[in-house]
Design a protein around this ligand. Structure first.
Ligand SMILES: [Zn+2]
Length: 333
């Protein structure tokens, strides 16, 4: 128990501290609040509910599973594992990432370094890819499929000898007109009032194998696929019993229904985010594409849903270390 005089003494002490010391103190206080608030219900290793408290480890509550005899802490298997930052800071990073803020903005707002926020953001993006892959989007009813193109980007890296052009300045236009090899193609499929599937595969328009890679397991048999007539989309009939309609061949009266407005709307969203970031390093593009699919459909409870899934131990391991950030699921084209 504390008295009011203790509390006043603490406030007076804090006033004399440097801003760095206040930041450290705040981090510790938030961590203490986090530890109090996390509810553990299952063992992250075997899923058993037979768990008991078992002392503390590095300030975190430790648990023992009576079934598999393993011990774990409140952050095991979560994106917070091995992190110096408490859940409240992670929550801010997730929130800023969903809203499309730049890494520097978040770093300054939270008083942390750019590399620290970069690492946290990418660990979140990798976990997000796992979360979405575990519950795959199935396009059904009417789905609009199309591609959008973004300029490639080699942020933070010397251009390799294979890329035969000088580096572009931020915000500069492509050197060639039209769709050249400077562009990366993002394949996008949007169900009207439904889910979104998107993945970058290559530079040119997608061929059959690339479309199979993107849409296999994501198309319901009865789905009506609307596209712009690119022949390779016919391959989709081999991966699902869907029907395909080229919107260019419909008559004027039917254009109210046979259109690609929904998917074009998603393309505008992607372009807006991409331009705001002044490009996304191409190797990381698919991590961001996954984020865009979610951010575009953003519902009111998305932040709370993500935090509860990624911050609470479960049998799926959502933890990625710095090596994972450097090596996992890079787009190499
Ligand atoms: Zn267990």
């Amino acid at each position: 128990m504390y008295s009011d005089s203790n509390k006043n003494q603490l406030i007076e002490c804090i006033k004399t501290l440097s801003s760095e010391a206040i930041h450290m103190l705040l981090t510790l206080a938030l961590r203490m609040i986090d530890v109090e608030n996390i509810t553990i219900t299952i063992c992250p290793y075997c899923g058993s509910e037979e768990i008991v408290r078992n002392g503390k480890k590095c300030g975190k509550q430790r648990f023992l599973c009576k079934s598999c005899k393993r011990t774990f802490v409140t952050t095991t298997h979560t994106i917070l594992s091995m992190s110096h930052s408490p859940a409240s800071i992670w929550r801010e990073v997730v929130s800023d990432t969903l809203q499309g803020h730049a890494i520097d903005y978040t770093a300054e707002r939270l008083g942390l370094s750019h590399p620290c926020i970069f690492g946290m953001r990418h660990k979140f993006l990798l976990a997000l890819q796992d979360l979405i892959a575990a519950d795959p989007v199935l396009l059904n009813q009417v789905a609009e499929l199309d591609e959008t193109f973004v300029l490639d980007c080699f942020k933070g890296k010397e251009l390799s000898s294979e890329i035969n052009r000088p580096a572009r300045k931020h915000g500069a236009k492509a050197q060639k007109r039209g769709i050249s090899n400077e562009y990366i193609c993002i394949n996008t499929g949007v169900q009207r009032n439904g889910g979104v599937v998107a993945e970058a595969t290559n530079r040119a328009k997608p061929d059959k194998s690339e479309l199979t890679q993107v849409y296999e397991g994501h198309l319901q048999d009865s789905c009506l696929v609307l596209c712009d007539g690119l022949k390779s989309y016919n391959v989709l009939k081999e991966i699902a019993k869907c029907s395909i309609q080229d919107i260019a061949t419909v008559c004027k009266e039917e254009e109210n229904f046979y259109h690609l407005n929904t998917v074009n709307n998603f393309h505008s969203f992607i372009k807006g985010r991409y331009d705001f970031y002044r490009g996304v390093a191409t190797k990381y593009l698919n991590r961001y594409v996954t984020l865009f699919t979610l951010a575009w459909q953003q519902s009111g409870t998305i932040l709370a849903d993500l935090c509860s899934k990624l911050f609470t131990p479960s049998t799926t391991n959502y933890f990625y270390g710095n090596q994972g950030v450097k090596k996992e699921r890079l787009l190499i084209i």
